[in-house]
Design a protein around this ligand. Structure first.
Ligand SMILES: Cc1ncc(COP(=O)(O)O)c(C=O)c1O
Length: 382
């Protein structure tokens, strides 16, 4: 049985070149980047180079980028840090109902600390309306947090428009770009964004490292206290090996991005076409925005076949897919994103997220689509 991994939005395999780039930093160049001796200086140089690589890929200065432990920490740091730094100006925050839990649960925590949060709705494609954001702004609004590309349905949000409004009203703007990195070209020097979150393990880098972009004028309190690392904004001994791995993953992305995107688009379109051919569009309903979407995520409902039944059967056939975000998979709860999109129950209870990446082929698509059609036929007959 071929094992088919269609869950690249949850995590990706580490690219062999990334592993190779990381290895010397465990045994040879293992110094503490804060030490003043030569081993420390060598580690510092690798850290600096890694930061330079990521900064030039996203169009910011290296000093505007700090390394974190991943997307969750970057989101938390941006929200808690900006809220703490700006609370004298007001205590109101705007986000959307379709954010990742790293933002939603951080917002809930802020509510318990006396902040007020408006969760703007999304339309049936998962997009926020800029007019809803505008209408939610109050004199005491200090922060807006909207994701770039949704991790469950792939819908891309109107970041530029929201950022322009935020800037004109003096409101800090955070963007969770964990799923968008490498999928949407971005130049932060031209974007009205104050904070942007990234994670390495979504782009064939190692788990446990991410980054947070902080614009020059943006104010942020740290969450951790300790040494002087990352200019005291995120203290703790730097994860040099992972930073080197993150940088290598970014280099590979900038080298292969065009081909990768074309390939992802091809795989996604082939999956939709094949499923529609085998089942018909009413029995394989694509969720999310038809055009404004990330190329690697396909959310599709098979009415009459519950998400759990489909996932279990796919797993038995050696196919890895997901019900939505990894944090909620395994639970019977309907995805908060599909709920926010107000899709009918027949679609929310039967949705599957397929997400594509390195290693996937058109043969995998053919094989998986045929298996899915068989599962659908079998379950419906029961
Ligand atoms: C949109 C989004 N934000 C944040 C995260 C959390 O990132 P990490 O797993 O690096 O903590 C994820 C991971 O699934 C994500 O998809």
């Amino acid at each position: 049985m071929t094992y088919i991994y269609f869950d690249h939005a949850a995590t990706t395999p580490v690219h062999p070149e990334v592993v190779e780039a990381m290895l010397p930093h465990f045994t040879q160049n293992f110094g503490n980047a804060s030490s003043t001796h030569s081993a420390g200086r060598e580690a510092r140089a690798v850290l600096n180079q890694s930061r330079d690589t990521l900064a030039s890929f996203i169009g910011c200065a290296p000093s505007q980028l700090l390394f974190t432990s991943g997307g969750t920490e970057s989101d938390n740091l941006a929200l808690f840090g900006a809220a703490a730094a700006r609370q004298s100006l007001g205590k109101h925050i705007i986000t959307s109902q379709a954010e990742h839990h790293a933002v939603l649960h951080a917002c809930e925590h802020l509510e318990s600390q006396g902040f007020e949060v408006t969760y703007v709705p999304v339309d049936s494609t998962g997009r926020v309306r800029v007019s809803d954001i505008e209408a939610a702004i109050r004199p005491d609004t200090i922060l807006i947090s909207i994701m770039y590309g949704n991790n469950e349905v792939g819908t891309i949000q109107p970041i530029q428009e929201i950022g322009t409004i935020a800037r004109s009203r003096g409101i800090a703007f955070h963007v969770d770009a964990v799923q968008a990195l490498g999928m949407i070209p971005m130049d932060l020097s031209r974007m009205p964004v104050d904070f942007m979150s990234f994670s390495a393990h979504k782009i064939n880098g190692p788990k446990g490292i991410g980054a947070l972009y902080i614009a020059k004028q943006a104010k942020m309190e740290p969450m951790l206290y300790g040494g002087n690392q990352e200019r005291k904004r995120r203290p703790g001994t730097e994860n040099v090996a992972s930073a080197a791995g993150f940088a290598k993953a970014v280099q590979i992305l900038s080298r292969d991005r065009y081909e990768k995107q074309q390939n992802l688009e091809k795989l996604r379109n082939a999956m939709v076409a094949k499923l529609h051919q085998l089942l018909g569009p009413e029995q394989a309903v694509v969720n999310g925005h038809p055009d404004e979407r990330l190329p690697h995520i396909l959310n599709i409902s098979f009415p009459g076949v519950s998400t759990e039944t489909m996932l279990m059967n796919l797993d038995l056939e050696g196919i890895a897919a997901a019900s939505g975000s990894a944090c909620t998979s395994g639970s019977l709860e309907v995805s908060h994103v599909l709920k926010a999109m107000q899709l009918p129950d027949a679609l929310t209870t039967s949705a599957i997220r397929f997400s594509f990446g390195i290693g996937n082929t058109l043969e995998h698509i053919e094989e998986a689509a045929a298996i899915i059609a068989t599962i659908v036929g079998r379950v419906r007959n029961i």
